[in-house]
Design a protein around this ligand. Sequence first.
Ligand code: FE2
Ligand code: FE2
Length: 385
Amino acid sequence: MTTSSAAFPFIVKDCGLNVVEFINVDPVIDGSHKAIGALNILSRKFKGIVFTLPQECSLTADVEPQLKQISEKTSLRLVFQNTSQVPFAIDFTEAFCHTEDAVASIKSSLVIARVIKDFADVTPFRTSALNILDLLKQPDISFDKIQKGIIDEPLLVARILQVANSAFYMRRNPVDNIENALAYLGLEGIRQVLVQLIFQSLATKYFAHQKDKLVHGECCAHLAVKLAERKTKDLMTLGKIRVAGLLHDVGALALQFCYQDEYTRTMNEALTQKTSIIEVERSIFGTDHCQVGARLSSEWKLPDYVKTCASDHHSIASSQFDKIVRPVICANAFLNTAIDKLPGLDFSPLAREFSITPNISDNEARMELLAFFTETMKSFTPEQG
Ligand SMILES: [Fe+2]
Ligand SMILES: [Fe+2]
């Protein structure tokens, strides 16, 4: 932090992630004021600047073109209380009343932009798997069209057959060619297989050093499916729950990949302060892994239920995908508390949905689910190395 003096009539505070807060101290700032020169220099060095005007400070009209130029070089936000402090229209940047909101706004846009950029070329299957996933969104898509899209990609065919024959999908006979795989899995099954393939290649290419988190995703998927099986036997619903469980923390995996040091600090703070990971993420990144996961899911055009689960798994929000997301919310909350030793979401309001004991309270249902999860953990074996 820089303290103010006559030579430097402003204060500069480091906000992390290459963002600074620049606090003005003189009562009037015109275009020739030292603060504007300093802002210009800082704009070449920092990715984001929050320009704070305390209540007793104001700008003159000739500052506008200079601020406009500065906003072209860095991510700029203004903080002030009264419109009289800034006598021009601010159409080139955003204004806030509170510094924390301005810092979070810059950080979240920088973080999301970086994550999107780092994962622009996501998988070796990118073109084919994502294209076919896109193709599957067409209402009149035929098996024939999909087969044509897949057939020229032997690696993809091999992986689809491998997944189709995995323990989860192969409930009857082995599938030995793509025609049978399509007929057996159906459009929804193929969609699930493709999402899993995309995720597996992401895991291999980007997340290989995050074994704990990958195993957490697998375990969450396992527990969520077993929980849902208490109420449904529908293989396609269970398949979606599995996919949603596997990918629910894709935002955390991406954040950790892009910001390794900061994410380690985030985890340590959450552990030592017994605070929710979401809150610590927001204070460090201006955003959280739920928002990042939802954004990545959109970017990759993953199915809507995957996006909703990535975005909602730390809250009890209701959506059209409750049947898929809720088992994941409960399983994840259990794992956060029991394994990660972090404060987990209280899932009591959802517990009765999955209880097999009639007429019990929310809390009794939660206890029943905790016992169920503890027991079900014993049958979990991770695929990750
Ligand atoms: Fe999470
Ligand atoms: Fe999680």
